[in-house]
Write a protein that binds this ligand. Structure first.
Ligand SMILES: [Zn+2]
Length: 356
């Protein structure tokens, strides 16, 4: 509740049913209808549909109104969320890189508003509260792992392994465009429901690519719980920084105990102690052998200049995910067979399956 209140102060609040029209640089005017507010730790986004093509739910990010004379810290985080993220996702799109596990840009541009607009030139804005506000629309929509864990507790071994596989696949794909995420944490990974709707119907997508590191001078986000040691120490990423953060994420998702840190020094000490005592590996080992092995691998890589061997770990994680999916399918099929037998036994259906 405090988060929602916090945002009401300066964030543009939209209502269910609001029609948002924007001028997309590539596709011209597009209209989206707001479905509901999606509250996460840092920002307020909305689920929305494209009015002309309402087949799927999209995520609509609203930036800060450009009339603010003194940009606040909050506006800065909105700038990362909207304008910077638009830049990063456009780079991925222009490089022809797409993946089920990466958010995809649907539209971006300045908000248009109903009524007459009295701005003089395209770069200006009038007094209307929406005028000129930057908007980014992405696919898909999901629920952040931070709220899932807060509601339901730790993930199962299968889901944690799947989450690891999906995030690693996303990181590998982004790496092809020389992009590192720089802010892997539970609020920035969403769980998405597969449209197929089978029993194993989730996949995971790292969102919030606004803090991504594209070149030497870019600095990653500083998160005392989830940033890599290298990021905390040097304000820069090393090649394994994102996967190091992924290990802290998995540790958290699997119920690992993370104390709040109050300084960079204590955060670094926690990392050093945890790795030295193999605390993280041992905890992950209770959940899954493959996650423990992956943590051991990342331990050898932390802070070194060596690249992550995405391909061989994706192969191993794929195998682990598929084995548990097959097991899941088998259980499903048995359950269905038993239901059919129940029906046959109680409703006069003969062994041949026809009605008597
Ligand atoms: Zn206007």
């Amino acid at each position: 509740p405090s988060i929602r209140h916090h945002h009401q102060s300066s964030h543009l609040m939209l209502q269910e049913g609001d029609l948002i029209q924007l001028e997309d640089q590539q596709e011209g005017e597009k209209t989206f209808q707001i479905q509901e507010a999606l509250v996460d730790e840092k920002s307020l986004c909305y689920s929305a549909v494209d009015v002309e093509n309402p087949i799927q739910l999209l995520t609509l990010h609203v930036g800060a109104h450009p009339s603010k004379l003194e940009p606040s810290w909050e506006d800065m985080s909105l700038w990362y969320q909207v304008q910077r993220q638009t830049k990063v996702l456009n780079i991925l799109r222009q490089a022809g890189i797409s993946s089920k596990y990466l958010p995809e840009i649907v539209a971006s541009g300045k908000m248009l508003h109903p009524g007459s607009c009295v701005k003089q030139s395209p770069g200006e804005k009038c007094d209307h509260p929406w005028c000129g506000t930057p908007v980014l629309v992405t696919f898909p929509v999901g629920e952040p792992l931070s709220s899932i864990v807060a509601q339901d507790g730790p993930l199962s071994s299968e889901e944690a392994t799947r989450c690891c596989r999906d995030c690693l696949a996303a990181l590998r794909t982004a790496k092809m465009a020389n992009i590192q995420h720089g802010d892997i944490c539970p609020g920035n990974i969403v769980r998405v429901s597969n449209s197929r709707g089978s029993s194993s119907s989730f996949f995971y997508v790292p969102i919030s690519w606004g803090r991504a590191v594209l070149e030497e001078r870019d600095s990653p986000a500083m998160n005392l719980l989830f940033s890599s040691s290298h990021a905390l120490q040097h304000g820069k990423l090393c090649p394994s920084s994102d996967v190091e953060s992924l290990i802290y994420l998995l540790y958290f998702l699997c119920g690992g105990n993370m104390q709040q840190q109050d300084s960079i020094e204590s955060a670094l000490q926690w990392r050093q102690r945890s790795w030295a005592k193999r605390h993280i590996q041992r905890h992950l080992g209770e959940v899954s052998a493959i996650l423990k092995a992956f943590a051991d691998y990342v331990d050898t890589l932390c802070g070194t200049p060596y690249p992550v061997d995405y391909d061989s770990w994706l192969k191993r994680l794929d195998k682990a995910v598929n084995e548990s999916t097959d097991k899941g399918k088998l259980v499903d099929e048995m359950a269905i067979n038993m239901r059919i037998e129940d029906v046959a036994g109680s409703s006069g259906i003969s062994e041949g399956g026809s009605l008597t």
